[in-house]
Design a protein around this ligand. Sequence first.
Ligand code: NAD
Length: 280
Amino acid sequence: MAQLLEGKPIAAKIKEEIKQEVAGLEIKPVLASIIVGDNPGALAYVKSQTKTAEGLGINYQLHQLDVLTAESSLIEFIEKLNRDKAVNGIIIQMPLPEQIDYKKISEFILPEKDVEGMHPANIGKIVFGKAGILPCTPAGVMELLESIKINLRGKEVVVVGHSEIVGKPLALLLLEKFATVTVCHIGTSEAKKLEEHVGRAEILIVAVGKANLIKGDWIKEGAIVIDVGINRIEGKIVGDVEFQTAEKKASYITPVPGGVGPLTVTMLMRNLVAATKLQL
Ligand code: NAD
């Protein structure tokens, strides 16, 4: 039976370090958060970020814009925050209304204020192993692995999902640690090869957004399973891995919720402190 790999205790430890770092800064860091409209999912993220920021001595400034805000107006707003010396970090809440292209607008955030680590300049630095600001969820996954002191060198790691925000940057971070990384995606499933790849994984990380995509009996005996997926089913939140069967085979498994999630928001605050230090 697998041991639960919970995010909360690890996040609590890192938050304590962040709190001390913040206390040592000459200013109180300011995180400007932009929400366009009132999407319930985005509002839930804002609530959790506000609470985390408060506990760390971070000033969380919420800017709620009208749901009909034009892309050009949002860009102007971002540029104003870029120029504002009192703002240390900028985050744009997802999902955005359809008139706004996230990829386009995220390029307008100054790389040194990009606390989500999604500006092409910050993503590019990962390739060279020189990143100062990392995308939050991949950084959180790396913290989970570090917490169990696993040596990644030469390990068979299978990442399912190849999005810009999770799978792709995570694969690069794992390569930096000399893991043998396989990245699976929709094409792998179409070729009916997902089960075969999953079965080889000593470490399996899944970020797709499809409940029960990964069957427990596919998993290699003793594997470490990190489930990034968030799916709402009949009012309950579940991951992408069939938990009850997977926990019988894995050595460690993250719960959903309570696994990767608590670390994602913590990494955001850690990025803010790194960004603030860069600016000072
Ligand atoms: P995305 O939609 O951008 O990417 C999905 C990926 O899954 C793609 O690579 C796609 O090819 C792949 N995929 C789709 N169907 C597949 C199938 N049948 N077989 C294999 N691969 C398949 O998603 P994303 O933004 O990376 O998010 C993925 C999941 O992670 C979502 O559930 C999201 O809510 C969750 N998420 C959680 C956190 C967290 O903090 N816990 C953070 C970010 C995302």
